[in-house]
Design a protein around this ligand. Structure first.
Ligand code: PGA
Length: 236
């Protein structure tokens, strides 16, 4: 069954979250992970849902105003954390912190969902593989071989995030194949690779035909509860 992760980003206020939870509360999913803003993680956990944080601090604890540590997440029952989302890389210069975050997560038995992706320009210049492999190498630096198996990769072409533009099935297939081949030959691991970027109910049936996708990282569609529920049904 393909994994479906809903990344709410900085959306939904308290009333909307309550409505969302009421709407989903009778559903039991083994393949769905909700990634609401930090302040709502506990609400989803209390309703029995699996959650991912949208980010995590690069340091274990201490004077880092505004940050949330791995241990704090772990202590309320969070098991996954998204790291290196392109929005974090762009607005907060996160690329240089991804490796520290991945290490801390793995050392504390949380599963990192590492986002990688190329810009339109990089794709047009035929640099996609180079960019993705570099992001993988940076994220995996100095990590014990026996810890790598737990990582999940989310391939999210930046030009597809929030734009409604989805790569062709063969583009996705080829890129995910390149990522999986690279991971196997350079790190001797077979990891789950998700696709993310404008996944919604209009393209989900078509995406199901791409054989090597292990799941989806869904942004915009995940905050529309009716559509997200339909997407989950059709993606599973
Ligand atoms: P989108 O976002 O589905 O709105 O394109 C995906 C993501 O940023 O994870």
């Amino acid at each position: 069954m393909r994994l479906v992760i809903g990344n709410f980003k900085m959306n939904l206020d308290n009333r909307e979250i309550n409505e969302y939870l009421e709407f989903f509360k009778k559903d039991k999913y083994s393949n769905v992970i909700f990634a609401p803003t930090f302040i709502y993680l506990k609400d989803f956990i209390n309703y029995g849902f699996e959650v991912a944080s949208q980010d995590v601090a690069f340091a274990p604890k201490g004077a880092y105003t505004g940050d949330v540590s791995v241990n704090q997440l772990k202590s309320i029952g969070v098991k996954y954390s998204i790291v290196g989302h392109s929005e974090r890389r762009k607005y907060y210069n996160d690329s240089k912190l991804v490796n520290d975050k991945v290490k801390l997560l793995l050392e504390n038995s949380l599963i990192p969902i590492i986002c990688i992706g190329e810009t339109k320009e990089e794709r047009e210049l035929n640099k996609t593989k180079e960019v993705l492999f570099k992001e993988i190498d940076e994220a995996f630096k100095d990590i014990d071989q026996n810890m790598l198996n737990d990582i999940i990769i989310a391939y999210e072409p930046i030009w597809s995030i929030g734009t409604g533009v989805v790569p062709t099935n063969s583009e996705i297939y080829e890129t995910i194949k390149d990522i999986k081949d690279y991971l196997e030959s350079n790190y001797q691991v077979k990891l789950k690779v998700l696709y993310g970027g404008s996944v919604n109910i209009n393209c989900i049936d078509n995406l199901s035909e791409v054989e090597n996708i292990d799941g989806y990282l869904v942004g915009g569609c995940s905050i529309k509860k009716d559509e997200f529920k339909e997407l989950i049904t059709r993606a599973s």
